[in-house]
Design a protein. Sequence first.
Length: 270
Amino acid sequence: MDKLKYILLFLPLLFLIFTSAAAQQNMEWPHELTEDWTPVDDSVSTTGYFGQAPSDAIMLFDGSDLSNWEAAPGYFINMEEVPEYLKALQTHHGPAPWKVEDGVMTVVPGSGNIMTKMGFTDFHLHIEWKTPSEIDGDGQGRGNSGVFLQGLYEIQVLDSWQNPTYPNGQAGSLYKQKAPMVNASRPPGEWQSYDIFFEAAYFDDTGKLIKPAYVTVLHNGVLIHHKQKFQGPTTFIGPSHYKPHPRKLPIGLQDHGDYVSFRNIWVREL
């Protein structure tokens, strides 16, 4: 018992000795040793969510034409259709059939989906969109479209202003997989923005999944997903799971039969 009392009495002194020694050791380390002076890439200029793209971005649509886009195959319904869809995704399908007017591209209902001519792996995608100002329909039938990352993973586009639907199908959702944390939608007819930070899935040489796909999304500047994992490609019917696919695939936009418009689309490869 006496030994324990002496140990407890000496503990504060031991603490002072050790902290003093540690402080002395830190004083012997030049502060430069913890400074990383590796040069950073040239500065990037930006004007915010709307307007001009950052200087290092790849402009996918600047309002002039659809030269960076082409027609795309129709999307798959369930996982059984994914292999054939992947084959179709990597072939040419002709000019993009949507309308461009006054710096804006708009879906021509019934003309089909479109996709970029370039493929991408990990990227930051900025895209501005708006649904028709005149409300027609409800639920999923109101201003419906979608942004397909690598042509496989959908971020839903929908008029979700006072428009109830299943939450994992509203604007900003990882369609049929994850609802957004909040509904950041603006009224129909107003321009909205997505900033999408996508990390692609990786597979080994045998097709085994090494890392799933993740996404972070800002809707009108509001964080709605933070490093959210995709369960696999977006399916309309049934659960999803991963199937091996190429590292670089195009970005797609969906014709869901509504007059949804897009502008100022750019991407920064990560």
